[in-house]
Unconditional design. Structure first.
Length: 116
């Protein structure tokens, strides 16, 4: 089974059952669920095409195409992980800065109480 978008125009594909998104006839609940899953993944594929250089495959043969797609997916996942780590690091640094400010303010407040 292959789940494709509406732009797909298959030629010479006879061994695989092709399901086009948006089709209503011959769709069972399971197939509809798989089509929805593909629709959820579609934005990721679009981002990999624009940001991850998933355009022309420099590798040879269908094995090269498969390897290239997996490597583009790995690169996309690494970029997502780095983005999350960057956000976490910014939050961590701001928390440390806030704790230092509070600690300095508390130290001054205690010094004023002792002096009085």
């Amino acid at each position: 089974m292959a789940f494709v978008d509406r732009g797909y125009r298959g030629r010479g594909v006879e061994t695989v059952k092709v399901f086009i998104s948006g089709a209503r006839r011959g769709i069972t609940r399971t197939i509809a669920k798989l089509l929805r899953r593909r629709s959820a993944i579609e934005p990721m594929i679009g981002h990999m095409k624009t940001d991850g250089r998933l355009t022309r495959c420099p590798l040879k043969d269908t094995t090269g195409d498969a390897i290239f797609a997996v490597l583009c997916g790995c690169g996309h996942n690494i970029r997502m992980i780095l983005r999350h780590l960057r956000v976490f690091l910014c939050q961590f640094i701001s928390l440390i800065t806030l704790i230092r400010k509070v600690a300095r303010g508390a130290g001054r407040h205690q010094a004023l109480q002792i002096a009085a």
